[in-house]
Design a protein around this ligand. Structure first.
Ligand code: ADP
Ligand code: MG
Length: 618
């Protein structure tokens, strides 16, 4: 085309496309899901903008927020069109080729190590899945602020953009035309597409139509059969003449099957969160989670909570604990906080970038909030400051922590369920077994960050804490379990920090404690050092780092005597080391075999913390 401008794909994008084109991945269906999801996002955007500016929707067909799919068997084209926000020329250039997203290289890396292509949507590069089935793709788009443009590429490292002077004007929105490869011809079959669209659009909030054929009975004039009719007439004339005469006055017709085309609706758009939780099946929740989180693994969410909040601030919410942590959960933790909940106001999607809905440490949750109280016709910025958001957030945190605790409560492997185990076994329900350990492996760090950040919910979060200890026998233990195992007269909860359990098990600090049968918690994650600066006590028990000053192991009548008789030695030693290096040299009963040990002062950094700080400043 004469007016086409050519562009090179950004290098990572180009690699990604190569991988997709050459992929032997058999589940190519996913391209349709990605296109539907993009169309729905584009419609959400224009609907949101129209809340504050009705004009933006235009008139006539442009006001219909819908998705239309057409199949052209002859030309082997599948096209999907939406009346969403559309893309300007600049959007086309940026979004479809020249700017790599943070997920692009992460996804390329995943694919090179045998990752699952199905998860493409989570990495923000779902569009390129079209090259699983097509060798040539056209994207025709019209945005209110620009003319209509065509983006096209044969995935050969470049794409072209042209001002569109030959296609039908779209009004507004985007049409994506896939020129299907031979082996993908199956996607031109209506039944196949219907089945897929039904599957993937189950939770899409806009009507989806397929230009579908229908066999209808039509009456057509029948000249040929007239003669045979006459024959019949002759035969029957003797039997009944009057009836025959009447029939002769009607025009001669016959019924034939004819194929007509019309838009057929494919989805029913019932919002799952508006339904009564009692009537939603586990499978429906699970499917909804997968579509919402773009997590198309075959693992179920670990838990969910579907509730209605009433009172001053009314809203419905549906929260999920994903089966796995996203690839960048802690990477971006302190910088770009990716929000995880979608906010709707009276069923209209508003945003999925609301930081105010959940605290950072719960950003691993997925779900949505649909508020009846928030105003619809204000800007996102104004909503962000709305007073009821605080109340919503508070309730969401409560419900989220309850939901997480339920994973533990229902898990027969958990301490709190020791006596319930038999019941669970009897009912044959093994599904919940080991679920909390799974949760802990994926999201334990988030709970620890919560203890650090959220003073208000610290105790509730501490209940969710798990760790290994000198008595946990390779499994995870909880603080409640620790307390239940405490020895008579034991006042403090003992713990030790270090880089690994194996290293800690050999620590001289444990000698005496183990011998006296005290349980000591192993904290081996760098974040644990920070954690323990915030977690001072639990259920009226204080935490005591066994490598720090202040360890009390019950009364020892001999200790005072020993201190006296060794005073000369300890004084000499203290002098020899000078006060720059040590605070004091003491006789203590904390050791068993090891003759001496370096202990940290009560408020000083533990040796482990020193190591962490050093590694950070390097
Ligand atoms: P994601 O949807 O996760 O952002 P995609 O690779 O699916 O990633 O899409 C890339 C971008 O292209 C989108 O963010 C959007 O800006 C743009 N885009 C894709 N399809 C459409 C569409 N139908 N209408 C408007 N913009 C679209
Ligand atoms: Mg997408």
């Amino acid at each position: 085309r004469s007016n086409a401008e050519k562009f090179e794909f950004q290098a990572e994008v180009s690699r990604l496309m190569d991988i997709i084109i050459n992929s032997l991945y058999s589940n190519k269906d996913i391209f349709l899901r990605e296109l539907i999801s993009n169309a729905s996002d584009a419609l959400d955007k224009i609907r949101f903008l129209s809340l504050t500016n009705k004009e933006i929707l235009g008139e006539g067909d442009n006001t219909k927020l819908e998705i239309l799919i057409k199949l052209d068997k002859e030309k082997k084209i599948l096209s999907i069109r939406d009346r969403g926000i559309g893309m300007t020329k600049e959007d086309l250039i940026k979004n479809l080729g020249t700017i790599a997203k943070s997920g692009t290289s992460a996804f390329v890396e995943k694919m090179q190590t045998g990752g699952d292509l199905n998860l493409i949507g989570q990495f923000g590069v779902g569009f390129y899945s079209v090259y699983l089935v097509a060798d040539y793709v056209e994207v025709i788009s019209k945005h209110n602020d620009d003319k209509q443009y065509v983006w096209e590429s044969k995935a050969d490292g470049s794409f072209a953009i042209s001002e569109d002077s030959w296609n039908e004007p779209l009004g507004r929105g985007t049409e994506i035309r896939l020129h299907l490869r031979d082996e993908a011809k199956g996607y031109l079959e209506e039944d196949k597409v219907k089945e897929l669209v039904k599957k993937y659009s189950e939770f899409i909030n806009f009507p989806m139509y397929l230009w579908a054929s229908k066999e209808v009975d039509v009456e057509v004039p029948s000249d040929e059969e007239e003669s045979s009719d006459e024959e019949e007439t002759l035969e029957s004339s003797s039997e009944d003449e009057t009836e025959e005469e009447g029939a002769e006055k009607k025009p001669k017709t016959k019924t034939v099957k004819e194929t007509t085309y019309d838009w057929e609706v494919l989805n029913d758009m019932k919002a799952i969160w508006l339904r009564n939780p009692k009537e939603v099946t586990d499978e429906e929740y699970s499917k909804f989670y997968h579509s919402l989180a773009k997590d198309f693994s075959d693992e179920k969410p670990l838990a969910w909570s579907h509730f209605t909040a009433e009172g001053d601030v009314e809203f419905k919410a549906l929260l999920f604990v994903p089966p796995k942590a996203p690839h960048d959960l802690y990477e971006s933790y302190y910088n770009a906080h990716k929000s995880s909940l979608k906010l709707y106001v009276r069923r209209v999607f508003i945003s999925d970038e609301f930081d105010e809905l959940l605290p950072k440490y719960l950003s691993f949750l997925r779900g949505l909030v649909d508020s009846d109280t928030l105003p619809l016709n204000v800007s996102r910025e104004m909503l962000q400051q709305h007073s009821s958001l605080k109340t919503i957030k508070k309730k969401l945190i409560r419900k989220a922590l309850d939901m997480i605790r339920r994973i533990a409560d229902e898990d027969p492997d958990e301490f709190s369920n020791k006596d319930k185990t038999e019941i669970e076994k009897a009912s044959g329900n093994d599904e919940k077994k080991g679920q909390y350990a799974k949760f802990w492996n994926e999201f334990g760090k988030s709970i620890k960050l919560g203890i650090i950040e959220d003073a208000h919910n610290r105790n509730r979060l501490a209940k969710l804490l798990r760790f290994e200890s000198t008595k946990s026998d390779g499994k995870l233990a909880s603080l409640d379990q620790y307390i239940a195992r405490m020895k008579p007269g034991q006042k403090d909860i003992f713990y030790i920090t270090g880089t690994s359990k194996e290293q800690l098990e050999k620590s001289p600090f444990l000698e005496r404690l183990t011998k006296k049968d005290y349980e000591v918690i192993f904290f081996t994650d760098p974040v644990d050092e920070y954690l323990m600066q915030y977690l001072m006590d639990y259920e009226d028990k204080k935490f005591q780092n066994v490598s720090k000053e202040g360890l009390k192991l019950g009364k020892d009548s001999k200790l005072k005597e020993l201190k006296e008789s060794f005073k000369e030695l300890t004084d000499w030693w203290k002098n020899a080391l000078s006060s720059e290096n040590v605070d004091s040299v003491k006789i203590s009963n904390r050791l068993d075999n090891t003759p001496c040990v370096v202990v940290t002062s009560k408020y000083g950094w533990s040796a482990n913390m020193e190591k962490i700080m050093q590694s950070q400043t390097l």
